[in-house]
Ligand binder design. Structure first.
Ligand code: ADP
Ligand code: MG
Length: 345
């Protein structure tokens, strides 16, 4: 049985419905991310799970019990937000101890648990400091310790790293994952950062227009997106139609293409990543090759991006600098059979 289940949830703000027939299952001990662009309803979902708001329809079931109308303070959940929301007039110790004081945990035990938690987030020795005397990364670790010290049944994260600089974000996400695995808690993590969420999660749920469009392991989503929307989210930029005719897959221009990973059906949206298209100078023959003309070149540092016109549409290609093509060059594009992904349409 799943630890948490959202069943047929409808929710929003006044007349503005954000989630419609929304469903989500989270297994015990898993790290699950909700990924989606800004405004797609991630925070709305997390607020419902936390108990900050109630759905108009549907049920939230936790550990077999209906908690849809259980108030926030009766759910033993921990939160970490983007703004650390520490108490500025309290020391690090008192910030972390707060939840334990509320729960009337005896003083000795409280002290031991706070110090344990500070050690876990690598902040031993900082207990007497105030938030203003700490860096962003340190404050976020205090927020993490404060949320975890109550031994929550579920940890909820809402873009906890988005106020940190890029290097620290990468470091902190590894820390969060390490601590989650060490303590074994179940986590729901909201982000709009694809790389971050793939790095940290067991399961990723990609949201679009108030529903989950695909939920799978990061590797599965990366290699087998279900829809064009998901494919775009994980780096596919080139799309074209393929139709099965007499056993072969053909482009609209009549070219037969081989595809390693076959999918049943007759009409497909096919896609390939910009890094996976191989360019050759001039018009060359070969399996899965199409001709094109370079329209735009853009220097990106590690590679060069080409926009190339072909008979089946414009392609975006990113290639190394060993071979540069100028605007107007004739080129051949190799769409390798093992790099093409089929999406049934
Ligand atoms: N308090 C609110 N009142 C009215 N509309 C809101 C409120 N909070 C969010 N919204 C709207 O709900 C939609 C989803 O918001 P949100 O869940 O915060 O998105 P996300 O976290 O994915 O960026 C957005 O269109 C947003 O404008
Ligand atoms: Mg949000």
């Amino acid at each position: 049985m799943a630890l948490l289940e959202l069943e047929h949830i409808t929710a929003g703000y006044e007349k503005n419905i954000i989630l419609r027939d929304f469903n989500l299952k989270v297994e015990r001990g898993q790290f699950v991310s909700l990924l989606g662009s800004s405004g797609c309803g991630k925070t709305t979902t997390l607020r419902l799970i936390a108990g900050f708001s109630q759905p108009n329809e549907g049920r939230i079931v936790f550990d077999g019990k209906d908690i849809t109308h259980v108030p926030l303070h009766r759910r033993n959940f921990g939160f970490v937000f983007q703004s650390y929301a520490l108490f500025p007039h309290m020391t690090v110790f008192d910030n972390v101890a707060f939840g334990l004081k509320m729960r009337k945990v005896p003083k000795e035990e409280m002290k031991r648990r706070v110090m344990e938690m500070l050690a876990l987030v690598d902040l031993t020795g900082f207990e007497g400091r105030y938030p203003r005397e700490m860096s962003g990364g340190q404050r976020q670790r205090v927020a993490l310790a404060r949320a975890m010290v109550i031994r929550p049944d579920l940890m909820l994260f809402d873009e906890p790293l988005s106020n940190l600089d890029a290097k620290l974000r990468v470091k902190m996400r590894v820390e969060i994952r390490r601590i989650q695995q060490e303590l074994g808690f179940t986590a729901i993590y909201v982000t709009h950062d694809q790389e971050e969420c793939f790095a940290i999660s067991d399961q990723v749920a990609i949201m679009n227009g108030g529903v989950i469009e695909q939920m799978d392991s990061p590797a599965h989503i990366f290699n087998s997106p279900n829809t064009e929307f998901i494919a775009r989210f994980v780096g596919f930029e080139n799309f074209f139609n393929l139709t099965r005719r007499g056993g072969a897959l053909q482009t609209e221009s009549g070219l037969a293409l081989k595809v390693t990973r076959e999918v049943s059906g007759d009409r497909f949206r096919a896609c390939i990543r910009p890094e996976d298209v191989v360019l050759y100078p001039g018009d060359t023959q070969g399996e899965n090759r199409i001709e094109g003309e370079v329209l735009v070149t853009t220097f990106l540092g590690r590679n060069i991006q080409y926009n190339v016109r072909t008979a089946i549409g414009e392609f975006v290609i990113r290639a190394g600098q060993e071979q540069a093509y100028s605007v107007g060059s004739r080129v051949s594009l190799e769409l390798s059979a093992n790099k093409i992904i089929l999406i049934r349409s």
